[in-house]
Design a protein around this ligand. Structure first.
Ligand SMILES: C[S@@+](CC[C@H](N)C(=O)[O-])C[C@H]1O[C@@H](n2cnc3c(N)ncnc32)[C@H](O)[C@@H]1O
Length: 222
């Protein structure tokens, strides 16, 4: 598996995060708890507004210290939505690394705990998050099996993990639901890039490569 890589510097300069003081304040608060830069964080923040146009809760798998999950939950709460935000992590690091994953071997990002995330949620005065501890979907999906999801953020670094989450959540999303893959195009996350590319031609889905390191899949048909 060979992908081409070079630094990507789009020429556009419109930077709407600079005009959004609410985002700025929340991103500052979560920044010590996230590996995600402001470009991808802002896209998640904005996508919450879009996702709430369709019914469903929000799912994040790959929470680490809670940064992106709590950022999305803060936006949900600010918009007055009753959607719940389910934050799922092993809190013991990456799992299911395999041959498609050039860098990850398993166990990375274990330097966190459920308590670290609960503390961040408390600092942000969130009342809409639920933590699911264990491998998703294998260990914990039964706790949300009857829910529908309008937005799913998959930030798990490796092919098999991302694949199992996508296949679990897809039938539980209404048309208009959105899946966001972190790590799409990162040279350390070859498995995620391969998975999105493998799925690109599937019917009923519109796949967008955002040059910030996200792939976004919008469900267009059942
Ligand atoms: C890159 S970190 C997540 C970063 C986080 N979203 C942030 O804001 O910085 C990846 C996380 O995915 C978790 N993980 C990977 N596969 C998983 C799975 N199948 N179920 C639950 N957690 C998983 C790891 O434990 C790790 O904490």
């Amino acid at each position: 598996m060979q992908f081409g890589y070079e630094p990507v510097h789009p020429h556009a300069t419109y930077a709407p995060w600079l005009d959004d003081p609410d985002f700025q304040a929340v991103y500052r608060a979560v920044q010590p708890n996230t590996l995600v830069d402001h470009l991808r964080a802002f896209e998640l923040w904005r996508l919450v507004d879009q996702a709430l146009k369709v019914p469903g809760d929000i799912l994040e798998v790959g929470v680490w210290r809670g940064g992106t999950g709590c950022l999305m939950a803060k936006r949900v709460q600010a918009l007055g939505s009753s959607a719940r935000v389910y934050l799922c992590d092993t809190f013991a690091g990456v799992v299911k690394a395999g041959p498609a994953d050039r860098y990850y071997k398993g166990g990375e990002h274990a330097d966190t705990s459920a308590q670290v995330v609960l503390d961040l949620a408390a600092r942000l005065e969130l009342s809409n998050v639920s933590l699911l501890t264990g491998i998703f979907p294998d260990d914990t999906a039964d706790q949300v099996a009857d829910r529908r999801f309008s937005l799913c953020h998959i930030d798990v670094d490796v092919y098999d993990s991302a694949l199992h989450i996508l296949d679990w959540v897809w039938p539980r999303m209404p048309v208009g639901g959105v899946v966001v893959f972190d790590d799409y195009g990162f040279s350390s996350c070859t498995g995620v890039t391969k998975l999105v590319n493998d799925r690109m031609d599937r019917p009923g889905a519109l796949t967008l490569h955002n040059l910030n390191g996200h792939a976004v899949i919008v469900k267009t048909a059942e």
